[in-house]
Ligand binder design. Structure first.
Ligand code: SAM
Length: 208
């Protein structure tokens, strides 16, 4: 197997994981995950006005539900690779656009959104496709990129529900800034479990 083939194989392995029983079990465990996230999204959308928003790895809409209360739901988009989560999104938020797609090939034109974000999704991308996923996010956003992920100064793998190579803490701020010098950091913060996240560090960048 060439290096390119094995890199692709790792991305496909993780995508298969999220598409299958492992991803379905996440949906079952996290049905109440979004209940207390309103305050965060109200603050973000007031500070960074956006008319059309995309979440990459939206699952059942724990973030999109709040965003769709601030924006017309037709302008709210999410992609995910797990069909069970998208079924729930369609049931609960029928006007929101929930679309099946792998994060490394977003089915949108350049600059189509005012804000594109991830919450707990870059951590699940392998080394080989992480820069591709980030490039897709930057490509699709006209203005803001928001990244909420587990932070570590240096890359550290975290064992995740019996899987190896499935969760990495990193300095995502540094990665975005190194790969995309056109991004300028405009906000950062920390989201604890009381706020509906599992100790996530978030960064908001604006395209220059
Ligand atoms: C930990 S969950 C986070 C869900 C949501 N962002 C939130 O804050 O509640 C990760 C989500 O990303 C999706 N995902 C993981 N890797 C993906 C990929 N390569 N392409 C598309 N979706 C992916 C999973 O199916 C899952 O719904």
């Amino acid at each position: 197997m060439t290096t390119e083939q094995s890199s692709k194989a790792e991305a496909v392995r993780l995508e298969e994981l999220w598409r299958g029983d492992f991803g379905d079990a996440y949906v079952e465990r996290n049905k109440a995950a979004g209940n207390v996230r309103a305050a965060f999204w109200n603050e973000i959308l007031e500070e960074f006005p956006a008319r059309r928003v995309l979440e990459v790895g939206c699952n059942m809409g724990a973030n999109l539900g709040w965003i769709a209360q601030k924006l017309p739901p037709q302008q709210v988009y999410g992609i995910d690779i797990n069909l069970k989560s998208l079924d729930l999104l369609h049931q609960n938020l029928p006007q929101v656009n929930g679309i099946w797609s792998p994060a490394r090939e977003l089915p949108f034109r350049d600059n189509w959104f005012d804000m594109v974000f991830t919450m707990g999704v870059l951590i699940h991308q392998p080394e080989s496709t992480l820069p591709i996923v980030m490039a897709e996010i930057v490509r699709c956003s006209r203005r803001y990129v928001l990244c909420g992920e587990y932070y570590a100064e240096e890359k550290a793998e975290v064992p995740y529900r019996g899987q190896t190579g499935a969760l990495f803490k990193r300095n995502y701020r540094r990665l975005y800034e190194e790969l995309f010098p056109q991004l300028k950091l405009v906000k950062q913060g920390f989201l604890s479990q009381d706020q509906g996240w599992d100790d996530v560090t978030y960064f908001v960048f604006e395209k220059q």
